[in-house]
Design a binder for this molecule. Structure first.
Ligand code: ADP
Ligand code: MG
Length: 255
């Protein structure tokens, strides 16, 4: 075979390999979507049992189904991002449409003794983001907030636009001046002492039962936000609850 012919057949093989990878990715994404639907049903029915059952044993069992489904929801979000090849495809997104679509799932994930309040700013907010990744950020923060309130409480998710002027710091970090979409997730839970707060973003750091938690929620969320040149920080004190704030660069709707 001449060099040019050899190169051509190599290119053919590469293209075939690319198509195979794409097919595998699509399959993973399809499975993740189907899994999401199954989970929604599982969460819905187990929540119904929780609401209706008066016997403590039945309620405890239903609560376990809810917990297992929560973990599976996080896994399906991860599968979805693998399915999309981990390639971040940010596009301009209406934040409020995105959050409203996600709200039913969040509502099911939050503990039943927690009051979940969503307060969206009056005007639409546009950002450039990858939906799957942003979903992981919100899911992880909302789950942490919910898990921090073992005796119930209030979980608030709100949005706003913030103009940050030059030289401004949030939680010690200098923020590039500009217009930001702000998402805050506030809980009235146990809060964190300074030692926990200092380590919260470390991969695998967890204060929860080891077999249940990965300790990857915050580090994953932080990595995603950083990759999109945004900011994520926590305000917390023991017994005073926690606020997680995300800043993402605002976009024009037609950008
Ligand atoms: P995991 O939830 O699997 O433990 P994360 O990375 O999501 O891992 O969080 C790391 C740790 O940070 C948690 O174990 C917990 O100690 C603390 N933490 C995170 N969010 C909150 C919160 N809203 N309230 C109190 N503590 C929190
Ligand atoms: Mg977590």
């Amino acid at each position: 075979m001449r060099a040019a012919e050899r190169r051509l057949s190599e290119l053919d093989a590469e293209a075939a390999e690319g198509r195979r990878m794409e097919a595998v990715g699509r399959l993973a994404a399809d499975v993740a979507h189907d899994l999401r639907n199954v989970l929604t049903a599982l969460l819905g029915f187990s929540t119904l049992i929780l609401e209706k059952a008066s016997d403590a044993g039945t309620r405890a069992n239903a609560q376990e189904i809810v917990r297992a489904s929560e973990r599976a929801a996080v896994l399906s979000a991860r599968l979805l991002s693998i399915g999309r090849g981990e390639v971040v495809k940010p596009h301009v997104l209406d934040l409020h449409v995105f959050l409203s679509d996600l709200e039913p799932l969040l509502r099911k994930l939050v503990r039943e003794d927690v009051v979940f309040v969503v307060q969206l700013a009056k005007d639409p907010i546009f950002i450039a983001a990858d939906e799957t990744q942003l979903e992981q950020v919100i899911l992880n923060l909302v789950l942490n907030a919910s898990e921090a309130m073992s005796k119930g409480g209030v979980l608030a998710l709100s949005t706003a636009t913030r103009t940050v002027s030059a030289g401004k710091r949030f939680s010690g970090v200098l923020v590039v001046a500009g217009e930001y979409a702000e998402i805050t997730i506030t809980d009235t839970g146990v809060g964190m002492d300074t030692a926990t707060l200092a380590r919260a973003f470390e991969p695998f750091f967890t204060t929860k039962a080891a077999q249940e938690q990965s300790g990857l929620g915050l580090s994953t969320a932080y990595g995603i936000v950083k990759n999109s040149r945004g900011y994520l920080w926590l305000d917390s004190a023991p017994g005073r609850g926690t606020t997680a704030t995300v800043h993402l660069v605002c976009k024009q709707a037609n950008a």
